[in-house]
Design a binder for this molecule. Structure first.
Ligand code: ATP
Ligand code: MG
Length: 557
């Protein structure tokens, strides 16, 4: 019995098409990229039922001749690529010659196109491999493609089509992403007869960013530019107060192509440091322009990811530039002076102002009021018609962190020479890792050397690390470095992480029962903090509830 057989071409085509086209949004993506590759200036997208019933994309790009029209929806047919060498120098969105063919395998397509030099255009209809003869079409130059009967012949797929509203939303999200790359292109999107989105031609990048993130977010965003390994990086970063709970508010554009690069979000989140709460993500747009030969676009059937030759260096440069620019977490200035431009200093000042709104330092007036502890974790304190709830661990951690940091940066950053060298036993793997990172460790004040493959020799430690277990401090540093998506931190970042680690380990824990004296002492110290309202890891430190809040709660107002 022969069980092994070659699949019929139609099944092969369906399988291949399924990898490119899953929902209407993937059809829109293919059509949009084709229109952009055809140098369109105006694009009109019309949907019916969020694209589930019909999608029509019309552009005023270069158009196709009658002969090209007959060829364009055949598999492996493209005007954008000719040789294997071209694959390593891709400058267009499309290059595989598969987009239109894949769509015709899962739907019915009608294409009309006219070149600018031709007096008339032509129309064909296609489904799978069957195409109609071209018929003349009176139309403006450009191309119009209409898709319907989506997944009609593939019931397994059709039943997974999502609600029209869901499709509409994901199509709009796609358009938004591409907006950042469409500087010279205007677009209108209709669902039925209703215009659901439009952006005119010749809108600046900042204006487009305003459309994407909201004007106020874009207006308070700040701008960084840097270069590394021939790659030019431009970043627009939103103020941390606009942080979102989803990672999807970060946009990465590589050589004009919107791509998914989650490492970029992680990198930026880490650069923001404790300005962001742990489960919040920054809003940003990053534009990377690199030599096309350093970018591999051919790594996924949907062309949503790319591989950058110098990705780690690019991300590291990005992170360094951001840290330098926002000067976090070390020197967020407390000068509330208002400057209206969007320079880095203004940004830092703005941060400080934001913090102040949330947490105004003040001296305690009603000293006779007792500080209560609940759940052995939170402190409660009342003043001026306000109730303050402190997280005892977070509060103490912030106090210690500020002290240790002040100690490290302002007073004595000279390492302490140990009376006699100490040997620190670590795993071979840790030693191996530390060996690669020796300059970084030395940079932050550790005079260390590899003694043998499981021991470190330590001659000096930074001030803040004295009297602490060497092993714990060193492995903590190492873990932080290795958990970074880019493998290395800058020494400033590393120092921040290490200091916050030390503060965290040394702080009062949640669950620790505090005496009334300890509660008083902690509260009095918290009140001297000037602008921080989060612990060094970004968790909130204090919650403030007003008397009005309680009155509303008990329906007294
Ligand atoms: N809107 C358009 N205007 C002008 N020509 C177009 C348009 N859409 C498609 N074409 C032509 O049809 C060809 C095939 O398009 P298709 O999308 O199938 O492949 P591709 O864009 O070359 O590569 P990919 O499969 O990666 O998208 C294109 O190379 C282009 O020459
Ligand atoms: Mg294409």
């Amino acid at each position: 019995m022969v069980r092994l057989r070659v699949l019929p071409p139609k099944v092969v085509a369906h399988i291949a098409a399924g990898q490119v086209i899953d929902y209407p949004v993937s059809i829109v993506k293919e059509l949009l990229e084709n229109a952009l590759d055809a140098h369109a200036h105006t694009i009109r997208l019309s949907l019916e039922e969020g694209g589930n019933s019909r999608i029509i994309m019309a552009d005023d790009g270069v158009g196709m001749t009658k002969e090209e029209l007959q060829l364009c929806a055949q598999a492996h047919t493209t005007s954008k690529l000719q040789s294997v060498e071209d694959l390593s120098d891709i400058r267009t969105y499309g290059f595989r010659g598969e987009g239109l063919a894949s769509i015709t395998h899962v739907s019915r397509m009608k294409i009309s196109s006219r070149c600018w030099d031709d007096p008339i255009g032509w129309t064909i209809e296609k489904r799978g491999k069957i195409a109609s003869e071209p018929t003349p079409s009176g139309m403006r130059p450009g191309t119009s493609i209409s898709i319907d009967q989506l997944f009609e012949e593939i019931p397994a797929r059709k039943k997974f089509l999502r609600a029209a509203s869901t499709e509409r939303k994901s199509i709009l999200q796609l358009i938004h992403k591409y907006l950042l790359t469409m500087d010279d292109v205007g677009i209108q999107v209709y669902d039925g007869t209703k215009e659901i989105f439009s952006c005119p031609r010749n809108r600046s990048r900042e204006e487009r960013l305003g459309l994407l993130l909201g004007d106020d977010v874009a207006a308070s965003a700040f701008f960084i530019e840097t270069e590394v390994r021939g790659a030019h990086i431009v970043v627009y970063l939103a103020h941390p107060k606009h942080a979102r709970k989803s990672m999807s508010y970060g946009y990465v554009i590589v050589n004009g192509r919107p791509v998914a690069l989650p490492e970029c979000t992680t990198t930026i989140k880490e650069a923001y440091g404790s300005l962001l709460e742990p489960r919040f993500y920054p809003e940003y747009a990053v534009f990377i322009t690199a030599d096309p030969r350093d970018v591999d676009c051919n790594i996924d059937p949907k062309k949503q990811r790319v591989q950058l030759l110098h990705q780690n260096e690019i991300l590291r440069a990005l992170q360094e530039a951001i840290i330098k620019a926002i000067r976090t977490p070390f020197s967020v200035t407390t000068d509330p002076g208002v400057v209206r431009d969007r320079s880095m200093d203004t940004y830092s000042a703005a941060l400080a102002r934001e913090d102040k709104v949330l947490w105004t330092p003040h001296t305690r007036k009603s000293k006779n009021k007792e500080v209560l502890q609940v759940f052995n974790t939170y402190l409660i304190y009342e003043e001026n018609d306000r109730l303050f709830l402190f997280d005892q661990h977070a509060a103490h951690e912030r106090i210690l962190f500020d002290q240790i940091q002040d100690d490290y940066y302002n007073k004595h950053s000279q390492p302490i020479l140990l009376e006699k060298p100490q040997l620190c036993e670590l795993s071979a793997r840790d030693i191996h890792e530390i060996e690669e990172l020796l300059p970084l460790f030395r940079n932050i004040g550790f005079a260390i050397d590899i003694f043998n493959n499981s021991t470190l020799r330590v001659d000096a430690v930074p001030q803040w690390a004295k009297r602490r277990s060497l092993r714990t401090v060193l492995t903590a540093c190492l873990d932080d470095i290795l958990s970074s998506p880019i493998g290395h931190f800058t020494s400033d970042q590393q120092t921040h992480l290490t200091l916050s680690y030390v503060a965290c380990r040394s702080a009062i824990k949640a669950g620790d029962l505090l005496s009334s004296k300890e509660r008083e002492a902690l509260l009095n110290k918290v009140l001297t903090l000037d602008h921080h309202y989060t612990c060094p890891h970004g968790r909130p430190l204090v919650i403030e509830l007003t008397r009005t809040y309680f009155e509303k709660l008990f329906k007294r107002t």
